[in-house]
Design a protein. Structure first.
Lengths: 131, 131
DNA sequence: TATAAAACCTGTAGCTACTACAGCTACAAG
DNA sequence: CTTGTAGCTGTAGTAGCTACAGGTTTTATA
């Protein structure tokens, strides 16, 4: 049941150093300690840590996760708030996708200039450099 | 013709502090100085800086840009090398897009759980927290 | 011409989210 | 009894800026 940091790391997929880092930031509560001073975690730590990891996987910032954790562990979390919050986040993700798609397009165009055309320097660089 | 840092910033769209930062990193050569010690830039600085900015806009790292600059200013830049380099970068952009699309999908699913279902806590958080 | 505002200078510290040491102790296996 | 693994603390490094503090210089206005 109770775990040391290595097991917790394996179970949750969060690096040991990162777990300690989250503790410093108070994203997870201070665990108990064994006699030798080793951290001892309970199931609730594992849950919280997995939550954080899932949120990170969705590109939420640690500040955002702090808010989500508060909400998740509140007595009556306001679903409406979370929804609004998450919609904004979804918009952000979509904006990032749009930006990257633009880059992809430009890169593709630049690369197509490259084809065959190798006699006089690099057209790709020329376009970027001469503007 | 010769510009002070403010004008260069306006012309290239790179923040003043960033220009000085790039100088520290030797991404742009040290400019001349006026009598009072103010930086004085030439057209070649502007060109180089714009190149950096365009590359940043394509998500190239400063280390990558360093390489591209070297190549761009070499006597006979190897187009084949640049092409290979850029293809790898394009792959990276595409990988990022894929990741973000996955996130987008997940977020959409999570948000759809939210609809209407507000009586018993927040399903979005439940999935992340209990999942 | 006086003065105030804007622009410049250097140097340092802060941001995000980790990651990587150095240098130590604890503990289990052979 | 030694060796290896796992844990500990504390600090510094990473990328790419950004934001001061505390000073000088230039420029615009009264």
């Amino acid at each position: 049941m109770l775990k040391k940091i290595g097991e917790l790391s394996l179970k949750t997929g969060v690096h040991i150093e990162t777990i300690r880092y989250y503790e410093r930031l108070r994203l997870i509560p201070k665990p108990g300690r064994s006699e030798a001073g080793h951290r001892v975690y309970s199931e609730s730590h594992a849950k919280r840590l997995s939550f954080i990891r899932r949120c990170r996987g969705l590109d939420f910032s640690l500040a955002e996760i702090r808010y989500l954790l508060q909400t998740a562990e509140a007595d009556n979390p306001s679903c409406a708030d979370v929804e609004k919050f998450s919609k904004k986040h979804l918009d952000l993700i979509r904006a990032k996708i749009r930006d990257l798609r633009k880059m992809e397009k430009t890169m593709k165009t630049l690369l197509s200039e490259c084809q065959g055309n190798r006699a006089l320097g690099c057209p790709l660089i020329d376009v970027l450099y001469e503007g």
